[in-house]
Design a protein. Structure first.
Length: 393
């Protein structure tokens, strides 16, 4: 027997879980298709997701007004989602963005902060040293610091919270992988790896870098998937306490190959506190879908690992980690640099994907846009300059 729902969301990641929550709040029947994080990455034979992590930066301050608005609206709902789900995922530690004092980067961030009326002062080198004694920055640096409504989220817990809210509203979780999504006579159909199928009045596919999988969608979206590597520095309890007031940090003070981001002490599932640093010195594109899964089964790029370890030691001179470990991730980019939100086959199959390296913090608002697309049958987002249009190969 094929189960039918008003709406089906394929992809149990940050965007998909958010969309499913927003849809379930309307009283419609909703199914969320996707398996959770595998216990053994190396042996896993299915798809992966980039939210298998405990720290992502969140902030409104940004060079781009649309990304700032996506983030700002998401952040405004964090506490509501935490309260409804009973799952805490947000650490309001603040966020620092630094760069060359005479460059356009910091000034453009400050301009967007002013546009949205944020309490995010511009700090010179002396101000940076006074506020952030842990960090070592070049003398030419300046920065914008957003203390409230910024910090970090735990992506694993955010997804769990979204799913909990969806299920509380009557939504159904289906732990399976989707093989294909088709627009059939009067409905959309999702064929599952188990051989079963579910149908919906409309289906939203939010499968990140796996959205290009052969046969998944009626048309293949134009996406670039890049391999990413992060390094985690395990802290002793003493050092975790010493760094407890540290904010999230994005730095573009040096050459572009040395731009990085850093997250403050966050407790990971093993019970230890880690600092996280990311910022690959070179891009590695992943062309085929099986190669994405293979990348997740590894430990990252050795050159990027060495690079990030060097940046970490240079940027936090007092750091004395218990150990350093690496982890793989992927980032999915669209043609226009904003998420895709649009129909890919008739009026029943839609796509929501493309974090472009900035989607985690903004995922609830991106999910709301995807949910609204399914409900209305069209996109209606006049507050954004972008049209979120899907581009195809």
């Amino acid at each position: 027997m094929v189960r039918h729902f008003d709406f089906v969301v394929v992809g149990r990641g940050m965007m998909g879980a958010a969309a499913a929550r927003h849809l379930s709040r309307t009283g419609a029947s909703v199914a969320l298709v996707g398996r959770g994080e595998p216990t053994d990455w190396k042996a896993h034979d299915g798809v992966f997701a980039s939210h298998y992590d405990s720290g992502r930066i969140t902030r409104t301050i940004d060079q781009d007004r649309d990304w700032a608005l996506l983030a700002n609206r998401s952040i405004a709902r964090y506490r509501e989602i935490e309260e409804e789900s009973g799952i805490a995922f947000y650490g309001e530690t603040g966020c620092l963005i630094s760069g060359h004092a005479d460059g356009n980067f910091v000034s453009s961030v400050a301009a967007v902060a002013a546009r949205y009326g944020l309490d995010a002062p511009l700090l010179d080198r002396a101000g940076l040293r006074a506020h952030f004694p842990w960090f070592s920055l070049p003398e030419r640096s300046a920065g914008v610091f957003e203390a409230k409504g910024a910090g970090y989220i735990d992506p694993r817990k955010l997804v769990a919270a979204q799913v909990a809210c969806m299920e509380k509203a009557g939504g159904v979780s289906i732990s399976d992988d989707a093989v294909s999504v088709t627009d059939e006579d009067g409905h959309a159909s999702v064929t599952l790896r188990s051989g079963e199928a579910v149908t919906g009045g409309r289906v939203l596919v939010a499968t990140g870098g796996f959205s290009r999988a052969p046969g998944l969608l009626p048309r293949v979206p134009a996406l670039v998937v890049k391999a990413r590597t992060v390094v985690l520095a395990q802290l002793s309890p003493r050092q975790a306490e010493a760094f407890a007031a540290m904010p999230s940090w994005i730095d573009e003070s040096a050459d572009p190959s040395e731009h990085f981001y850093l997250l403050p002490p966050i407790v990971y599932p093993d019970g230890h506190a880690y600092l996280k640093i990311g910022g690959d010195p070179t891009d590695i594109e992943i062309a085929e879908e099986p190669a994405i899964a293979e990348w997740f089964r590894g430990e990252g790029n050795p050159n990027a690992i060495a690079h990030l370890k060097r940046l970490l030691a240079r940027s936090i001179p007092d750091l004395d980690p218990v150990r350093l470990v690496s982890a793989p991730c992927v980032t999915t980019y669209t043609v226009h640099g904003y998420p895709y939100a649009g129909f890919v086959g008739g009026e029943r199959v839609a796509l929501l994907t493309g974090g472009n390296g900035a989607g985690a913090k903004s995922s609830d608002e991106i999910g709301r846009i995807g949910a609204d697309l399914l409900i209305r049958g069209r996109l209606d987002e006049p507050d954004y300059a972008t049209d979120f249009a899907v581009h195809f190969r």
